[in-house]
Design a protein around this ligand. Structure first.
Ligand code: BEZ
Ligand code: MG
Length: 499
């Protein structure tokens, strides 16, 4: 047991290295698919990646579909298609989305259309959404001793496009509402799931939607707004209906009509997009974390609902977030996770920091990681650790990136910055992550030299970010590590000045 414990620490697997937990952790890391390299236009997937995608698709698709998928993935006519489009000629249409769920998305190089809103959320997406919502509530209850009274949800457009509306379904599931279908099977309204069938209280939800979601899913903004109203006005005991309890309390406190206190959907001002938290983090243009919260609040304080189309109401948003016990967002692909792009951080991270600002303590932050068959609800800390191990520190991942030259180094640097973003917004990055990044990219002089030769600016940026993590108190490197980092950084600065 003691040896396992030491091994676990050496492998950054924490100090609770009991054999079974360790085995499960290692299997999870081993089985996780990782993207190796970037897509190159007009080049088909390498055959090893085709096999990986097929193995995952086999969980969802019958053999004939898999056979066609194998063929389509191995061919690629994007270049020809672009030339046709530039020529103003016809391109056949296709649906988009994640190829594992929707094999009709290949071949690529066709004219993509998004969705039929009337079919969303699909029955499949709803079943997955109910499972995810139950898991989220179970986990939050186990960790906090009670159901969260309100969950802060991030809704994205691309995410709902790829999953046929799973995140929309999760919001409905949490409040205990289900879609109503018309005779043609189209989602045309919502109704309450009776409390007895629900078997738990209705959990309140505050939605922060991206500008893209707002633009693409107008019909669903409407449905969600109706769902909140139904729950808020239901004749049910407030202790079994947190939407109603919160609405009554907020109406009394802010002296506003119930109609206004039942609004739960916030997004950007009409015509604008993004939280800008990512820009502040990337440019180091902030001094206190509070500023990140303020940036998020100012961008997302526009309310949408019946009769309100993006009216600014910061007071209402802040009052809603004051009741949020947990935050949640789905990660919908293996390609783009918490450390691959800055947008999860600007949204889920920004929301979590905003709630902390208002409540004075950090809410539990979770992600729905259901891409792999053994997917589950994870804490942000767990997800950052998993992605660090499978991507940032993984030679298969970074060698795949470095094969793309300067752009690969930029990707690596951006992973470190995005990881740092989870320190800045959620303090979700343990010291071993930064230590291990140093071990991988800095202590290995040959690797650092390769980064520097391919992209000296990004290599310098990587070192600067590690130094920033230390300066801002998110990581306490040993004095030797810090001295080494500074030396390497100055070295790179010097080299750049001489360029
Ligand atoms: C969206 O699909 O809503 C989205 C995508 C990337 C960044 C932000 C939002
Ligand atoms: Mg971007």
């Amino acid at each position: 047991m003691i040896e396992t414990h030491d091994f676990a620490q050496d492998a950054y697997l924490g100090d609770d290295g009991y054999v079974l937990g360790l085995l499960e952790g290692l299997r999870e890391i081993e089985l996780r698919l990782i993207p190796t390299g970037l897509h190159v236009l007009d080049q088909p997937l390498p055959s090893s990646s085709v096999e990986d995608v097929l193995a995952l698709a086999a969980e969802h698709q019958p053999p004939p579909v898999l056979a066609r998928l194998r063929q389509e993935l191995a061919s690629c006519d994007e270049g020809e298609a672009i030339l046709r489009a530039l020529d103003g000629r016809y391109l056949p249409p296709s649906s988009g989305g994640d190829v594992i769920r929707n094999p009709a998305a290949v071949p690529t190089g066709r004219n993509l259309h998004g969705l039929n809103p009337a079919l969303i959320p699909t029955a499949y997406a709803l079943r997955a959404a109910v499972r995810a919502a139950d898991q989220l509530l179970e986990r939050a209850q186990a960790e906090q001793g009670a159901y969260p009274r309100s969950v802060g949800l991030v809704l994205w457009g691309t995410d709902n496009l790829k999953t046929d509306g799973e995140a929309i379904g999760q919001a409905l599931a949490l409040i205990g509402v289900e879609p109503q279908l018309d005779d043609l099977g189209r989602v045309h309204d919502v109704r309450l799931v009776p409390l007895d069938r629900l078997g738990r209280p209705r959990v309140d939800v505050v939605i922060t939607a991206s500008g893209i979601f707002r633009d693409l899913f107008a019909h669903h903004l409407d449905l969600l707004d109706r769902a909140f109203r139904l729950a808020a006005l239901a004749d049910e005991p407030p202790e079994r209906n947190f939407v109603r309890a919160n609405t009554l309390a907020i109406a009394a406190e802010l002296e506003v009509p119930l109609e206004e206190a039942a609004l739960r959907i916030f997004s950007n001002a009409p015509g604008t997009y993004g939280t800008n938290v990512n820009f502040a983090v990337e440019s180091s243009a902030w001094s206190a974390e509070e500023e990140l919260a303020r940036i998020f609040l100012s961008r997302k304080s526009f309310v949408y609902g019946r009769g309100v189309e993006g009216a600014q109401n910061g007071q209402l948003l802040e009052r809603m977030l004051a009741g949020v016990d947990a935050t949640f967002q789905n990660v919908d692909s293996l390609e783009f996770g918490l450390t691959d792009i800055d947008h999860y951080n600007e949204y889920l991270g920004g929301l979590t920091r905003a709630v902390e600002q208002i409540r004075g303590r950090r809410p539990a932050a979770y992600v729905g990681d259901f891409v792999m068959p053994q997917g589950k609800v994870r804490s942000v800390e767990e997800m950052v650790a998993l992605e660090t191990r499978t991507k940032t520190l993984n030679p298969r991942w970074y060698e795949g990136m470095l094969a793309h030259g300067y752009e690969g180094v930029r990707e690596i640097e951006s992973h470190v910055t995005n990881t740092f973003g989870w320190s800045a917004t959620c303090r979700a990055v343990p010291g071993w992550v930064y230590d291990a990044i140093v071990r991988t990219y800095v202590d290995d002089e040959a690797l650092l030299n390769r980064l520097r030769e391919l992209n000296p600016h990004a290599a310098r940026g990587l070192l600067a970010r590690l130094l920033e993590a230390s300066t801002r108190g998110y990581w306490q490197p040993s004095p030797e590590t810090l001295a080494e980092l500074r030396r390497r950084y100055l070295d790179l600065e010097d080299g750049l000045e001489r360029l």
